[in-house]
Design a protein around this ligand. Sequence first.
Ligand code: AVJ
Ligand code: FE
Length: 440
Amino acid sequence: LLELSPQDLRAHAAAALTRARERSVALTDAVDDEDLVRQHSKLMSPLVWDLAHIGSQEELWLVRDVGGREPLRPDIDDLYDAFQHARADRPALPLLGPAEARAYVKEVREKAFDVLETAPMEGRRLTESAFAFGMITQHEQQHDETMLATHQLRKGEPVLHAPEPPRAPARKLPAEVLVPGGRFTMGTTAEPWALDNERPAHEVDVPAFVLDTTPVTCGAYVEFLESGGYHEQRFWSEPGWAYRQEHDIVAPRFWHREPDGWWRTRFGVRERVPENEPVVHVSYYEAEAYTRWAGKRLPTEAEWEKAARYDPESGRSRRFPWGDEEPTAEHANLGQRHLRAAEAGAYPAGASPLGVHQLIGDVWEWTSTDFHGYPGFSAFPYREYSEVFFGPEYKILRGGSFGTDAAAIRGTFRNWDYPIRRQIFSGFRCARDPRPGEAG
Ligand code: AVJ
Ligand code: FE
């Protein structure tokens, strides 16, 4: 990317923005206007808010900031400022209606493309304006994943359709691998589109640990469930147990117990819980309880990133588990190509050199680490992207899900949420300390 000419960079930015918009349009055209303005869950905005918010951020950062153009709609800045209004309060605001919102994002996009024509992108170094285009593309894709989560919460007939993901090869994977101890480079300074919280690159010493080769599957999770794991306090942390009691949490979100086993609802389709697919829609607390039941623990964020990026042969940290190339459909289940996670082991080409599968795509993976800035962190271009969330109330998730676009995921990408959240596409994998003698 750093080698691209300004003209190529412009073409790349335009194509990425267009791809994001196709997704936003598909997600918002899939439902009627009534559904677009409705709040499907208190946890989410109405879809029409996300759509206009996407336009509003694009206006702010590309049209006004990079382009230095006159504001299009300064009167609506406040409505679409996520910090001004909680999600639950957004339906009551005088929002743009569906037709207005669509016209607004279209007009902003035309202006943003106009800015792109002349925005400075000279030399080998990516300029701040090029970064702004990458950031806004990621922003739109992040909201596209949020809108997909809103679709999952929506009641009614299915409106989204996608082909089934690939099946796993018959060959059974080893359950765990040993990741050798030692220093590795975490975070990045060179990755052009990396957001502030992924920076800078820094050395971290990670002692040897053992990691599951795949995320925990529904089948394994059912064993925890059926053995009474939700009813035994010893597996739960104190806040986890309090949450489980208060909300009477007895299974992953969207699961239902039927006389013949566990079923789930997925984008309006009722189906049997699939045995070999990573479990999704679990909170941090449930993930943590499972790991304790299994005699294991969640990986730390540094362990997760070492497993995903460290190349034992060169000692270097790479961009992805499979190397430095951008993700393709062979590597990972990303980009809403499929509306579900793929079976454990379904992406052999995306495995790490040590044989860890599906670190990127399928399901976000909870880690045991709180959200903080790396040593040397500096907020840009605005404190509200990450810095205001630093602290012990958020846990880090890694790797992206089937709902995450390739433009918005990397081995260094950091997501965060409250440990009680499970409407997101969240799963996990288990780690543990090596047993005596195991670490060599
Ligand atoms: C990085 C997914 C936690 O959705 O809250 C979107 C991304 N920031 N608009 C979020 C984001 C501003 C953010 N997450
Ligand atoms: Fe946003």
